[in-house]
Ligand binder design. Sequence first.
Ligand SMILES: NC(=O)c1ccc[n+]([C@@H]2O[C@H](COP(=O)([O-])OP(=O)(O)OC[C@H]3O[C@@H](n4cnc5c(N)ncnc54)[C@H](OP(=O)(O)O)[C@@H]3O)[C@@H](O)[C@H]2O)c1
Length: 499
Amino acid sequence: MNGSNPVVPLTLVIFGASGDLTSRKLVPSLYRLFVKGRLPASTQIVGVSRTLLSNDEFRSKMAKSVQEFAGREWSSETWSTFAQSLFYAAGDAANEGGLANLRVFLTNRESSTQGGARLYYFSVSPDLYEGILKKLDEAGFLEEAKPENWRRLVVEKPFGKDLASAQSLNRSMSRFLREDQIYRIDHYLAKENVQNLLVFRFANTLFEPLWNHNYIDHVQLTVAESVLVGNRGDYYDHAGVLRDMFQNHLLQVLTVMAMEAPSKYTADLLRNEKVKVLEAITIPTIEQAKKQMAIGQYQGYLKEKGVPNTSRTPTFASIRLDIDNWRWRGVPFYLRSGKAMQTRASEILIQFHCPPHLMFPLPDGAKLQCNRLAVCIQPDEGIHLSFQTKVPDQEKLVLKPADMEFTYGKAFSSLSIPESYERLLLDALLGDASLFMRSDEIERSWEIIDPFIRAYEQQGGILPESYPVGSMGPENSERLLQENGREWIPLYANRNPES
Ligand SMILES: NC(=O)c1ccc[n+]([C@@H]2O[C@H](COP(=O)([O-])OP(=O)(O)OC[C@H]3O[C@@H](n4cnc5c(N)ncnc54)[C@H](OP(=O)(O)O)[C@@H]3O)[C@@H](O)[C@H]2O)c1
């Protein structure tokens, strides 16, 4: 270290440090980054929430959850070293005097270097964002005296509950911070195979010529959860599946699947291309939305804790979206997500057109399975290309689909798939916003999803159809595709490899 130019201390301030997200995701991910030697050396982490805890109490609470959630990376020696960078400063961050302990901590830490860099992480309810920002501003904690004293803010999902509330949240945040200081999380973007989709598309020449309406019939995007709402019934019933999964995760995956190649892999160029996809999506009227969607509620949902027994909140939805541009004109994108489904899996299925003419005879009633490409995001990250083959040594010519497959598990067997929060925390610390959402992206996503939400929330709106726990959703979801002569293709996660 150069004595006249000391290393600028980097402080990660987590608001909501006594909460679930901090203990299950944030601190275990920071610990794993530390184990991998990726956490910048000058980083210290300070937790803020109202619960009174000493540094040692906070450390032992975190040690328990890291032991549980960091998996095989846990080691008590490494933890002891990591824990020396972990602190706690109790306070009600949205109220008068609530940042006093944080001020003491930051003054001690930064005074010898006349300032430091800070990443604020809001792991609290969005109702608190404005109040905490106001207090940070009043305390002078948002000032950037020099470029190296940067201030950034990470905010969690949900970001608003509709277009109007997202706009209002963006407006209130922009009173305190510039857009380039705000990092809005969607952890789906940080999943390995979502990022790999960009590499697959734009670091290869093989598929890109086929990636359009000339070769693709339609696209299916599924994010299926097998869990029920559990003890989040009250939160979930106010949200529903459209807000919980579609506005964020599903639309993000869709943009990566459908975007044009940016000229460089930089945050703004990447996000410009994603916004162009969102802008090209046709926004339906409420009446059109009713016809372009199917909603369901799993049997037993009305008995869940925190759920009113008259609730009409959908726990499942499938919708059709159309991207009205040169590449995708006429290619429907079917999106579905739900709780209590048969399996937990997220997959993109690309159905290619069938050959214009088939010279091979098929058995009576048989249909040709035309080429498919499946991108599995979880649980088994991989890519599968399905094509027809000739079954050897048969009396007559017999066709059978076969699979060409890539899986992360086999291709990179010595490497484990990281938790999305590792990537996101590191990127935010390093100032790379590529995997975070910009304000225009969020607002356009709400604009697209709002009519679908209104189609069931408004007076006289459509009602969810009941579906059994452990199924793939209600029958009306099948009808949504059957109307266009298509069907939901079984997920790879559910498929019988022999079939
Ligand atoms: N948990 C997840 O898996 C998950 C996933 C995605 C997104 N999120 C989002 O992440 C955020 C946090 O979720 P969570 O599940 O961790 O919630 P949580 O368990 O309820 O934690 C909320 C935290 O906020 C703190 N808090 C409340 N008022 C405060 C105040 N005035 N000043 C300082 N701290 C305050 C609470 O601690 P005290 O009571 O001690 O103050 C607690 O630590 C939410 O926006 C949620 O939507 C969570």
